[in-house]
Design a protein around this ligand. Structure first.
Ligand code: PGA
Length: 254
């Protein structure tokens, strides 16, 4: 597996969570573009739903992809407060983050629900970025591997190898999200490598070698390079540090 890293693209994903108005988002886009002209990685930004359309317009003619932070698995229906894949497509979203730990924790999303969303996103040609990761208790109890395996098996159940090739995974240890505590590059690498072992076991070595796996959890400009240098880390999913143009640009250019 050690020879294939260079064959996978590198992606930097900004997850804005519940931050920024349309105005803020458009100003951000205008300020960011000139700073990332020479970047070799793919850049993705997931603003709140309300800013997606304006961001798509602001990043027109650039390589920056704009997407959503969540969606429902139904096409339409009586689901107050939810948003459907065709609605995201209509405003130009290209990808969707699914199974973020804040969705799992605060909104009770389980692997089965996330699996239905992954299936739906793939069927609508929205690229899923599927988040997995263990809690602090699981980490301290040495249960990281069991947790990751279970999340991979259940949230990706029934997905064909062909579909998996367009999906991105994000390993985000919950104890590192928004806490300022980053997994060390070694810890993150070990978890990423394990995810590839599970992918190889379930879908075969080619899929394991091809799948992009990002790291998320307190990523900052000063720790990005060391994470990206790891063999099995193909990019980063950034929360807090993606809200400032300068720090996000530094991460993209790292
Ligand atoms: P953080 O968030 O970078 O603020 O820790 C990461 C995430 O939630 O995806």
């Amino acid at each position: 597996m050690t020879k294939v890293k260079g064959t996978r693209p590198c992606a930097i994903v900004g997850n804005w969570k519940m931050h920024k108005t349309i105005d803020d988002a458009v100003q951000f886009a205008r300020a960011l573009l000139p700073l990332i002209q020479k970047a070799s990685s793919l850049t993705y930004i997931a603003p709140p739903f309300t800013a997606i359309q304006a961001m798509v317009a602001a990043f027109k003619d650039s390589l920056v992809r704009v997407g959503a932070q969540n969606m429902n698995d139904a096409t339409e229906g009586a689901f107050t407060g939810e948003i459907a894949a065709p609605m995201l497509k209509e405003v130009g979203a290209q990808f969707v983050i699914l199974g973020h730990s804040e969705r799992r924790l605060f909104f009770g999303e389980d692997n089965a629900f996330i699996n239905r969303k992954v299936v739906k996103a793939l069927s609508e040609s929205l690229q899923p970025i599927v988040c997995i990761g263990e809690t602090l208790e699981e980490y301290e109890a040495g249960e990281t591997r069991q947790r990751l395996k279970c999340q991979l098996e259940e949230s990706l159940a029934g997905i064909s190898p062909e579909s998996l090739s367009s999906l991105v995974l994000a390993y985000e240890p919950i104890w590192a999200i928004g806490t300022g505590i980053t997994a060390t590059p070694g810890q993150a690498q070990e978890a990423h490598h394990y995810c590839r072992e599970v992918l190889a076991e379930l879908w075969g070595q080619t899929i394991a070698d091809q799948t992009m796996i990002l790291y998320g959890g307190s990523v900052r400009p000063d720790n990005t390079r060391a994470l990206l240098d790891q063999e099995d880390i193909d990019g980063v999913l950034v929360g807090g540090a993606s809200l400032s143009v300068n720090s996000f640009a530094q991460i993209i250019n790292a």
